[in-house]
Design a protein around this ligand. Structure first.
Ligand code: UN1
Length: 487
């Protein structure tokens, strides 16, 4: 079986531990390849290499850095089908979604390539004569990028592309569930012309190598997508450096009595069971007006029970496997918890039979906002239906959780739509569309327990990976004192 080392300084190197771990196909439980179990020592080395590569890389003109990203986008495009097959095989999502994962990486690469010719600062008048004032963007330095498995190409690209165009060097730590996608990702970056040492990849258990990635003082920026506990741990261990966090959600779709129920049905099924519910943006709560609840539940159960479980690579599959055994156990734990809390199971509620980490799309009704199934992130195909009397109560329930990533409302009433836009505490609100499907040229991130104010992608992705430098140029040839010599 193929074995991968760590990618440091532009080549594959052996891990100092001499140990390797397998990546499994979640639909078959068969190993795909083996990957290096990196140690703290390896991470230190990768950071040193990234630091050494920094002076040269940050002096490459930004438009040239952008050209390399554009070349990378072209390579992804050329390999789109085989990369999608790999994403589907290693992560489990169905092929159309796996193609979307690759496409999202292409999109951000193209967007950030264009930033190479912008990276705008601003100019503004000085309060003194013969003095010029402006801002420029400068790189942070070495950045640690820690990514999850659910978008094994798109999320690494969301972080790597802005980091590179801004002139940073990178130590990339992908999830241990999708290291094969990550290996392809760094190989293609090298092929596109990213110089040696600019992007380094370390694989291995986060508990062992996370500390060094986050707390090493040479690292000036950390960007992490994953669970809230790890995010809190990062904040405690990072020290003084820029940290960007995206820590999940408990995203709600509100359906009012004036909604197009057929449209809402499509949005709920897509948001809750697309990617087997394994998106930070997945819909895990439906908050529905009492008047239409029964009718909507009937439609939803009918549609959901017709979804076909199977390998993501199989064209007839609607819902692929979960990422690993622990994920199946977690989802099932919440099913049992929901039952014990008094919620009513409408459909699903069981792991799949035979090999593979499958779980039936599961729907609970009669859920109260206080129940744990209505508050905690399950990260699987499990949906809670909560009833509300109208828009105000629905918004209150939507906000009664610790997260604030995505949200959605289905209504034909423009006033109710705007009430939701203004009232829902979330980084993203969709109107008459599901909670998933963010586009790369708009900022992505959330409020409350979802993050620390950072936004990824779009122009705000540039802010995440650069510092603002303020520049004053005094060409008067004399001492001019701000705030004093102004008359
Ligand atoms: C995530 O699950 O962390 O909006 C990212 C979406 C995707 C990205 C999800 N474009 O659902």
């Amino acid at each position: 079986m193929k074995r991968f080392g760590l990618f440091i300084g532009g080549k594959w190197v052996f891990p100092s531990s001499g140990k390797y771990f397998p990546s499994l196909n979640p639909a078959t439980e068969k190993p795909i390849a083996r990957f290096a179990s990196g140690s703290e020592h390896d991470v230190k080395h990768a950071i040193d290499v990234a630091e050494a590569a920094l002076p040269k890389w940050k002096n490459v003109p930004a438009p040239k850095r952008g050209q390399i990203l554009l070349k990378f986008a072209g390579l992804l495009r050329q390999d789109k089908e085989s990369l999608a097959k790999l994403v589907s095989t290693e992560m489990g999502k169905v092929l159309p979604e796996a193609r979307g994962d690759v496409q999202e990486a292409i999109d951000i690469a193209e967007y950030m390539a264009g930033e190479g010719r912008r990276l705008f600062g601003h100019t503004t008048p000085s309060e003194l004569q013969n003095k010029f004032a402006m801002t420029i963007r400068v790189p942070l330095g070495v950045c640690s990028l820690i990514t999850p498995w659910n978008f094994p190409l798109a999320i690494p690209a969301w972080k790597t592309m802005p980091a590179l165009v801004c002139g940073n060097t990178v130590v990339f730590k992908p999830s241990s569930d999708t290291p094969m996608c990550a290996a392809r990702f760094v190989e293609l970056l090298a092929k596109a012309g990213v110089p040696k040492g600019v992007v380094n990849m370390v694989t291995g258990p986060g508990e062992q190598i996370g500390k060094e990635l986050v707390s090493n003082p040479k690292v000036r920026g950390v960007s992490f997508t994953g669970n809230k506990q790890t995010g809190e741990w990062i904040v405690k261990n990072a020290g003084i450096k820029k940290v960007g966090l995206e820590l999940g959600g408990k995203n709600a779709i509100i359906i009012l009595d004036d909604a197009d129920l057929g449209l809402a049905l499509k949005g709920v099924v897509w948001g809750a069971f697309g990617t087997a519910g394994q998106r930070c943006t997945a819909a895990s709560r439906v908050i529905v007006s009492q008047e239409v609840q029964k009718e909507f539940e009937k439609m939803l159960v009918k549609k959901t029970s017709s979804l076909r479980l199977g390998p993501g690579t199989n064209p007839s599959t609607d819902v692929g496997p979960l990422i690993n055994k622990k994920a199946v156990e977690k989802v099932h734990y919440y099913t049992e918890l929901g039952l014990s809390e008094g919620a009513k199971l409408l459909t699903g509620g069981k792991p799949g039979k035979g090999k593979g980490f499958f779980y039936e799309p599961t729907i609970f009704s009669e859920v109260s906002p206080k129940m744990r199934i209505a508050r905690e992130e399950i990260f699987g195909p499990s949906l809670s239906i909560i009833s509300a009397s109208g828009v105000e109560e629905a918004i209150k329930i939507a906000n009664s959780i610790e997260y604030g990533l995505s949200s959605s409302i289905y209504t034909r009433d423009i006033s109710n739509a705007f009430r939701a836009i203004e009232g829902i505490e979330a980084g993203i609100t969709y109107v008459n569309s599901s909670t998933i499907g963010a586009e790369v040229h708009l900022p992505f991130g959330g409020v409350k327990g979802t993050g620390n104010g950072a936004r990824e992608a779009g122009i705000e992705g540039i802010n995440e990976f650069s510092e603002t430098k303020t520049v004053y140029i005094d060409f008067s040839g004399k001492l001019q004192r701000a705030q004093i010599d102004t008359d």
